[in-house]
Design a protein around this ligand. Structure first.
Ligand code: ATP
Length: 296
C-alpha cells in the first residue's frame, strides 16, 4: 500500500505544482495583455497618485488613419462620478484603452493628478486605476484567490469586507466550499452579474483613487443589475469614478454625463440638464425608455 501511496502522493504534488504554474501563467498573460508594445520612458516617474483627478485634454486618436476620437476634453475632480454615454461605436471603450495606455494618444494629453500618463511608469498608472471590465477574467483558482488578485498582500478581513461591499456574501455562503470554491474554466462558472461583482470586490480591495467601470452590454435581470449598482456605489465611495454606460437608467445620479457621438463630446451636463436641453441625450433616453416599456 505504501508503495502505491508514495507515487500517488508525488503525482498529487506534481499536479498542484502544475496547477499553480498554470494559474501564474494565466495571470501573466492577463497582465501582458494590458500593455502591448508600450514601454516606460527613461524618465518615467513611479509616483503614488492619491487624489484621483483625471483630465483628457484635447485628445485625438485614429485607428489606421480612421479618426475615432477628435479633440476630446473633459475633467473629473477628485470624488466625482462621471459617465460617458453614446451610440455603439462612438468611441467610449477607446477612451478607456487610451487611459490604460493600450495605445498612445496622437494629439493632446491624458493627465492623472496633473501628471501626463506618458511620463508615469506603467506600474504607477496601474496602481492609480481599478477597472471593472465588461468581461472579467476569472483564473482557475479559488474564489478567494480570485478576489485577492485585486491586492495580493491584503488580509483575510479586508477580503471579507470587499466581499460584503460587493454584495457577494450571500452567493458565497450558499456554496458548500464557500470562498474556497474553485472557479474559472475548470471550476464553477459564474453568471455575468456575479463575475462583475467579483471584479468590483477586486477593485474595492485595490483601493485605487480612480475607478473605471465598463458596463456590460448584455442585459442582466433587474435584481442582478441592482446588486451591481449598489456594489458599485460602495466601490466608488470616496473615489473618482468614470463609468461607460449603456443603460442610461444606471447613471442618472452622475455628477456629469458626457455624450459622445462619432468621437466628439457633443453634450455634457447632469441628467436633468441634458433632458431639458432636449438634444441627443434626451433622444437616447426616450428611445431606451420606450424600449423598456415595449419589453416589459
Ligand atoms: P460599444 O458601445 O459598441 O462598445 P464604443 O463606443 O465603446 O462602442 P469603441 O469600441 O471605442 O466604441 O470603437 C470606436 C470605433 O473604433 C468603432 O468603429 C470600432 O469599430 C473601432 N475600433 C475599435 N477597436 C479597433 C481596433 N483595434 N482597430 C481598428 N478599429 C477599432
Amino acid at each position: 500500500m505504501m508503495q502505491l501511496f508514495i507515487p500517488l502522493n508525488f503525482l498529487g504534488f506534481v499536479y498542484r505544482e502544475i496547477r499553480g504554474a498554470l494559474a501564474n501563467i494565466e495571470r501573466m498573460f492577463a497582465l501582458l495583455a494590458r500593455h502591448p508594445g508600450i514601454v516606460d520612458s527613461p524618465t518615467a516617474k513611479d509616483l503614488q497618485l492619491t487624489r484621483g483627478a483625471l483630465a483628457f485634454e484635447d485628445v485625438s486618436f485614429s485607428y489606421d488613419e480612421r479618426p475615432i476620437l477628435q479633440q476630446v476634453s473633459f475633467r473629473l475632480e477628485p470624488g466625482q462620478k462621471v459617465a460617458v454615454v453614446g451610440d455603439s461605436g462612438a468611441g467610449k471603450s477607446t477612451l478607456i484603452k487610451l487611459l490604460f495606455r493600450f495605445y498612445e494618444v496622437q494629439q493632446g494629453a491624458i493627465k492623472i493628478d496633473g501628471e501626463d500618463i506618458r511620463e508615469l511608469t506603467q506600474d504607477a498608472l496601474r496602481r492609480a486605476i481599478a477597472i471593472v471590465p465588461q468581461d472579467t477574467v476569472l483564473f482557475n483558482d479559488s474564489l478567494y484567490e480570485n478576489i485577492l488578485y485585486g491586492r495580493p498582500d491584503a488580509g483575510e478581513e479586508e477580503v471579507r469586507q470587499a466581499i460584503d461591499l460587493a454584495h457577494l456574501q450571500d452567493f458565497i455562503q450558499a456554496l458548500p466550499q464557500g470562498w474556497d470554491t474553485q472557479v474559472g474554466e475548470r471550476g464553477l462558472k459564474l453568471s455575468g452579474g456575479e463575475k462583475q461583482r467579483v471584479a468590483i470586490a477586486r477593485a474595492i480591495l485595490k483601493g485605487s483613487p480612480l475607478l473605471v467601470f465598463d458596463e456590460a452590454t448584455s442585459s442582466l435581470d433587474s435584481r442582478s443589475e441592482q446588486a451591481i449598482l449598489t456594489a458599485l456605489k460602495a466601490a466608488a465611495h470616496g473615489h473618482t469614478s468614470l463609468m461607460i454606460a449603456h443603460r442610461l437608467s444606471t447613471i442618472v445620479d452622475a455628477d456629469k454625463i458626457l455624450v459622445l457621438s462619432k468621437g466628439r463630446i457633443v453634450e455634457q451636463g447632469t441628467h436633468q440638464s441634458l433632458l431639458a436641453a432636449d438634444g441627443l441625450y434626451a433622444k437616447l433616453w426616450h428611445i431606451q425608455n420606450q424600449g423598456e416599456r415595449v419589453n416589459s
